[in-house]
Design a protein around this ligand. Sequence first.
Ligand SMILES: Nc1ncnc2c1ncn2[C@@H]1O[C@H](COP(=O)(O)OP(=O)(O)OP(=O)(O)O)[C@@H](O)[C@H]1O
Length: 874
Amino acid sequence: SSNMGVSGLGSMSSIAVSYGENGPVFCGLSSDGSHLVACFGADASIVYGAPLRLPLLGLTAGDGFVCGLLLDTGQPYCWGSNIFVKMGVPQPMAEGASYSEISAGDDHLCALRKPAIDSRKGASLIDCWGYNMTASHEFDGAVAAITAGSVFSCGMFIHNRTAFCWGDETSSGVISLTPRNLRFQSISAGGFHVCGILENSQVFCWGRSLETQQLSLGHGDVKMVPMDPMVSVAGGRFHACGIKSLDHKAVCWGFMLQNSMPPPKDSRLYEIAAGDYFTCGVLAATSLRAVCWGTGVPWSIPMAVSPGICASNPCGQGYYEFSHTSLGNKVCKPADSRVCLPCSVGCPEGTYESTPCNLTSDHGCEFNCSSCASVECSSFCSSQKESKSKRLLSLQMPIFIAEIVFAIIFVSSVFLVACLYARHRLQSCRCLESAVTTSRKRTYSFHKEMVKVGPDLEELKIRRAQMFTYGELEKATSGFSEESLVGKGSFSCVFKGVLKDGTVVAVKRAIRVSDVKKNSKEFHTELDLLSRLNHAHLLNLLGYCEEGGERLLVYEFMAHGSLYRHLHGKDLCLRKRLDWVRRVTIAVQAARGIEYLHGYACPPVIHRDIKSSNILIDEEHNARVADFGLSLLGPADSSSPLSEPPAGTLGYLDPEYYRLHYLTTKSDVYSFGVLLLEILSGRKAIDMQFEEGNIVEWAVPLIKAGDISAILDPVLKPPADLEALKKIAAMASKCVRMRGKDRLSMDKVTTTLERALALLMGSPCNEQPILPTEVVLGSSRLHNKASQRSSNRSCSENDTDDQIYEYRAPSWITFPSVTSSQRRKSSASEGDAEGKNSEGRSLGHGGAGDGLRCLEEEIGPASPQENLFLQHNF
Ligand SMILES: Nc1ncnc2c1ncn2[C@@H]1O[C@H](COP(=O)(O)OP(=O)(O)OP(=O)(O)O)[C@@H](O)[C@H]1O
């Protein structure tokens, strides 16, 4: 018994889609076994509010919000914004309650309590929160699964597999239509309907939103419920989709808006989830990528998602255990859990079942080659013949090789014996010496060859980056023409190009320099680094070319250029269009990219050249951190310094680094602090137009004096409430502290920025702790818009206290406390930063601390007159 394969408007799944006035969002649990969620789409409150560090068992989504079931505690956790559902852990909730499943409707969430049945009462408990639904329900008998529609919810009993529904009958009209005698394998609710898979795998739907009367909604088609057997269904607002048992392809029915995208024709799917007018699914291919169809689908989803929810029970009959060739079986964290997927039923016409569905794989279907009637069959059978003969050849091959090897060994042994005999006979022969020399020579040349193997192996490491020929890139950029030139750096030119397959790329071409060796090293550093790093806010390297003296890097093309161009370009409109929310969003995204470099890449990476021209903006206005040419792999312990000659850009350069060559991740924090000041003020890092040419020297005293308005970019109207920008400014001044140890760490910076963004967007701050200490359940309190708003407003003030970050979750941006290993580096540095400037304290790293203390007064921020030696990534 399982509820697998059911994911409707709000059933629990490894993927969830939210909809509503802020736009569509796709969220999915990563396929790497971390159980962590990532969200992509239009609604910033969901995308940036996702609890990036809390492992979740499953997801569900409603109008403007997404909820996950916490893997460790079995509590629901919601993020996004919906005035009827409290974000964080929904309130009121019974103390210590733990749930096995959650399911969200438009404006409510229901959760099935663990254990499935109360042994004393023989009843199951389902708790709901949200619009007209906040109550605790008791049902006689164990419940197998729950699902939520627009203003109602349904469940299915384990013992007789019948469905039951409750909620607002007047507006849903679903409850009274619930069939009493039908037995289901699974059910899924949509807007005002429910579809279930019967025991014979046929679909049965009830309710009113799938019917022809909905034609009055606008132009579109109404399709009948198909007769095909299905393995899973998902209900949208006026439609439902299912995965067919036969071929695992998606099919949809109900009302479809005109011009809405059809489901993918040729792709098999694992899991589906429906939003209001669209549906998304996980591709049953090695990529495990998600695809969406319908109307108003979320943006592209650059992640591999788990194909289902991890279950602790062994897979039942009719299910097989998912295993991924390259992932092993790492989709699930608890060792004894697994994703169970439904077996396909039947084989397409003209084929027969060649292998049955077993514990580890779905069944296989093959054409019957003795009676071929279709073209597909003929081509399949002829390819089979070919592969059979190849197989035969491959079986014979090892025997052939073994024979040759045996012959060689035999001949060499005979030769060796003959030589030894000859040597024995000619002991006084003087040619021995020269023989030794030759043999030494041979050994040497062999070694040389071994050494040569090194770089080849190195090259093999560059897995993801594709190698291009110079000709290909020349063609892509119309011969590196003037028209294709999009930017110039100190040592490179960047061209826009279009590859053969139509991909738009940026080709970075080194200005030819004589010191090829040094540049080659840096070239390979960047290649190696970029190909190993992977984060939504880092600029992806697509490929490279190294031919003769030419070195070219091929990146994704960033349609909106650099942040520098937006802030300091000639076009003032561009600068004005970058309003406060956009600026802070860019800062959050860039911070996340850098935090990844510092905390998640192993070993840690220090960027060394954070600046506004290295923050690029993509088509969807997301920020990407670029230019890792100067990156160095950092020490595993971020506080131990690397002694490196300084490289970077004037104005952004950490004083500790350029004076002492003392390089840690805190050098990037300094540069990021400068970047934040730049974003807030619209001033360049160094601008000699002003009396105070260095942005740090100018801004920090003003911030410390509390005069935040004096530093804000004059081209923008200050926001109504300055609190968010004040927080950012205060934090920026902590980032540019003289001593690295006194600066914040990047994860702290990200957290503060996220919180500031929430404040700026007028999001209510929630006083509730992540794990509530006192909760009451059962008050059928109807949340009301006005009261909710006023309570929201009153609580947004006093959250400046740093400690609050660790314990409290605001309503839509979450700041969960993380595990010690995740914050391995920051915890040490945090202590340092918070334990502020305790001058007498030991700095913990031998002489380095003392050296710093002596030099503290001596060091000042980079002055524009300073003549620095700057390296570059070419
Ligand atoms: N992937 C890209 N897509 C679009 N434009 C890009 C891309 N990469 C770089 N650019 C543009 O080209 C310009 C030059 O980039 P480049 O990385 O060569 O130098 P830089 O970082 O600006 O300066 P420096 O070389 O001094 O560090 C950038 O400022 C940006 O406007």
